[in-house]
Design a protein around this ligand. Sequence first.
Ligand SMILES: NC(=O)c1ccc[n+]([C@@H]2O[C@H](COP(=O)([O-])OP(=O)(O)OC[C@H]3O[C@@H](n4cnc5c(N)ncnc54)[C@H](O)[C@@H]3O)[C@@H](O)[C@H]2O)c1
Length: 271
Amino acid sequence: MANNLLKGKRGIIFGALNEHSIAWKVAERAHEEGAQFVLTNAPIAMRMGEINNLAEKTGSQIIPADATSVEDLENLFSKAMEILGGKIDFVLHSIGMSPNVRKGKHYTENDYKFYAQTMDVSAISLHKTLATAYKLDAINDWGSVVALTYIAAQRIFPDYNDMADAKSLLESITRSFGYHYGIKKKVRVNTISQSPTMTTAGQGIKGFTEFINFSEQMSPLGNATALDCANYTISMFSDLTKYVTMQNLFHDGGFSNTGVTQQVVDKFGDE
Ligand SMILES: NC(=O)c1ccc[n+]([C@@H]2O[C@H](COP(=O)([O-])OP(=O)(O)OC[C@H]3O[C@@H](n4cnc5c(N)ncnc54)[C@H](O)[C@@H]3O)[C@@H](O)[C@H]2O)c1
């Protein structure tokens, strides 16, 4: 189903950890659509080495970067432009991590050092990425930046913990930087709010299997898969969506606008 939607475009894809990662699917689809890109992830995440298979499969090079380090990001953008032979057309920010979630802390008893790390890795890293690209003038006019988010930014999902606060900040940075980058270079910045998906980050959330089943039954179309998320992301990188910017785009099978479904109501009937 390749349509050359990204033919001639150059990109940077953050966050492909293993074949379940949403970023992994985006890289595979971007390759099919004719894009050239570099892959990047935190140096520590590369120890698993799985990203090498993706690089081989998509003919791309890997540049390690901790997305919280401006120095690493400067190196990433400079090297990526060198390798790809010009400015960047699209960037995928597919990064999330909460030490409070990892350590099983309750929201009301969060550790503030961890809390700051959650914000830095999961949200402020988008500001740092955009600010670095802006400073280096590394993104072409009409370029497209997409970050992945979750509806816990708008509604309470208790076990999502401080990641909910990080996603709210991520979506706010998207609007604010989207304004400034739009004015300066017509670069667009959006978030895609994805259904719960079985990935390494997803599985870190307590009770994730039950939760994914609940979400499936609360979505008229069912949960969107990682591959479908990748397809939507490709459309956002393409020139077919040129005037979409500063938006939070729900890609969730209708979950966000559903109060309740008959399937869920039926579970509460008299026995
Ligand atoms: N899985 C879901 O249910 C779901 C739903 C909605 C949104 N999302 C979002 O999608 C994005 C991708 O997550 P995923 O589900 O594919 O899981 P994943 O675990 O495969 O990806 C998360 C990535 O973040 C990277 N990362 C962590 N710290 C980093 C750092 N300091 N610098 C650079 N990279 C770092 C990890 O190495 C990993 O590759 C995240 O933003 C996540 O919050 C996921």
